[in-house]
Design a binder for this molecule. Sequence first.
Ligand code: SAH
Length: 351
Amino acid sequence: MTTDIKLLPRILDLTPLELTDWVVAHGLPKFRAGQLRQWLFRRRATSFEQMSDLPKLMREQLATEFRLFTAEVTTHQVAEDRTEKLLLQLDDGQQIECVLMREPDRVTVCISTQVGCAMGCVFCASGMLGLKRNLSAGEIIEEVLRLQTLLGEDERITNIVVMGIGEPLANLPSLMTALDAFSSPESLGLGARHITVSTVGLPVKIREFARNGKQYNLAISLHAPNDSLRDKLVPVNTNIGVDAILAAADDYFAETGRRVTFEYVLLAKVNDEPQHARQLASLLRGRCAHVNLIPMNGVSLLPYEEPAAPRTQQFVDILEAAGIPATVRKRKGADIDAACGQLRLKHAESL
Ligand code: SAH
């Protein structure tokens, strides 16, 4: 019977319109679709049976026709700073990671969009095993809803960052469906300004993403201030180039009015020289931009390390002196391999 169950569609893959169509096709009033979405997104349901204000017959029909959660939690880790990480096994045996981070004034979840990654950034754990496949919209949504079930009744998700495994803009249709659910008032209801998508920098896709009419934040993983260095660190750059990325970022800002963030992972003795900071500053001068410096998270088998703290501070100081706002990303959940791709890689290494 298990194979039969696996063939059932995922309810979370359905768009709001498709949910309404299903409700109407089953002779039910339209408002039942709204109630169903409330249960899925707000009331943290983990089964159809729990949806106590839906008619029993409707709940039974839902359970025969759909699956709700379709992944299994392989590992659930809780760090000293209460960061929580799930390693999820999808129904085809593939694994992905998602993370919940708590701060006094916010709860942020970080989610994956692909199994593995094809971009090949040399310092990143996620791409080391290549790209296996895209996640469906429902699989992306399930990450957020699973993490939501870990929250206390008085806690709620305030921010979503799409900075887990994979290149989100290489899976744009599923990403857009999932983001619609996160930002729609009838579903999760998070403001678009509380949602950030991080991309390696695919200009055509950035422009397509800008045209969705929502004010999502865009973060671009630049990591180097010139093409010769970026070609080495971010191999897809050889087909793109820093200039084309900056032009796409300008268009994103023009279209959405949102200040673009440039991410820059600091790798000791590779891209952390004062001259790199100066070159980065001159690239971004006059642009409405912000630099987020990420200290390299150690990955086993990889030779890169984070610079010492004074070196990092020097980089920040050079940017700020040139009028470019810069912040250093806080590290969360370091004791549980919370950075993207690390846990999945560890599991694969131990197989
Ligand atoms: N594909 C997207 C999402 C990647 S993960 C992108 O390229 O932006 C989010 C950020 O973490 C990216 O900037 C990525 O380059 C960075 N990152 C990857 N591996 C890292 C590591 N070992 N240490 C620090 N940052 C890393």
